[in-house]
Write a protein that binds this ligand. Structure first.
Ligand SMILES: [Cu+2]
Length: 214
């Protein structure tokens, strides 16, 4: 009993010291995003992403949105037509020349959804009611780096859906990915493309910004 108890006690004493070491922010990486309006939305905003040894945090501030739900994602999962860096689309990507760069026309530029920025960023599952709603976004969510890695670093189990992964050998470095904010109240012509089962108003990109390491 004595031999069993002593290592346990030693481990308990050592634990706070170890966790104290782990929580230092020496390895913190910060990324900045400057949003550009898309589809004449007038949306302005910025985002900051931070990653240290333990935690991953996303903060988004945006204004001049329409009063509706705003799905927002980190885009840029490799595969499909994105082979190197994700970029924000421009009006030059309006393939059918209807005056809108819709969510499908943007995909070749920004790639698949990597991470929905809803109320739980530890998983790729989308919780629509967890997306920001209204004319401004004041968003902050965190998760552990361990959870983020397990969500993203794996092979894509369904390459036909709009959500992609980093692959089993992938590295979580968000430099050169983008954040896209969607959702408008504008009346849109039927020519505006969308994802299966979703109205085009919900998916129309209204702002996009490149994630750039500070
Ligand atoms: Cu998106």
């Amino acid at each position: 009993m004595k031999t069993l108890a002593f290592p346990l006690l030693a481990a308990l004493v050592a634990l706070p010291v170890l966790s104290g070491c782990d929580s230092n922010d020496d390895d913190e990486t910060t990324y900045d995003v400057q949003f550009t309006a898309l589809n004449n939305s007038g949306v302005t905003g910025t985002a900051e992403l931070t990653m240290d040894d333990n935690d991953f945090t996303v903060e988004i501030d945006a204004d001049d949105l329409d009063a509706t739900v705003h799905p927002q994602h980190i885009h840029g999962a490799p595969g499909g037509t994105v082979t190197a860096q994700a970029v924000c689309p421009t009006m030059a990507d309006d393939a059918n020349a209807d005056g809108f760069v819709d969510v499908l026309e943007g995909l070749p530029r920004y790639g698949a959804i990597l991470l929905p920025l809803d109320d739980d960023i530890s998983t790729q599952a989308q919780n629509v009611s967890g997306f920001p709603t209204g004319t401004s976004i004041d968003y902050s969510e965190s998760t552990s780096v361990v959870a983020l890695r397990s969500a993203l670093v794996k092979d894509d189990s369904d390459t036909s859906d709009p959500i992609g992964t980093l692959g089993a050998d992938g590295i979580v470095d968000l430099d050169d990915y983008v954040i896209v904010i969607h959702g408008t109240n504008d009346e849109l012509p039927a020519s505006v493309g969308t994802l299966p089962g979703l109205p085009s108003q919900a998916t129309l990109p209204v702002a996009c910004g490149r994630i750039t390491r500070s």
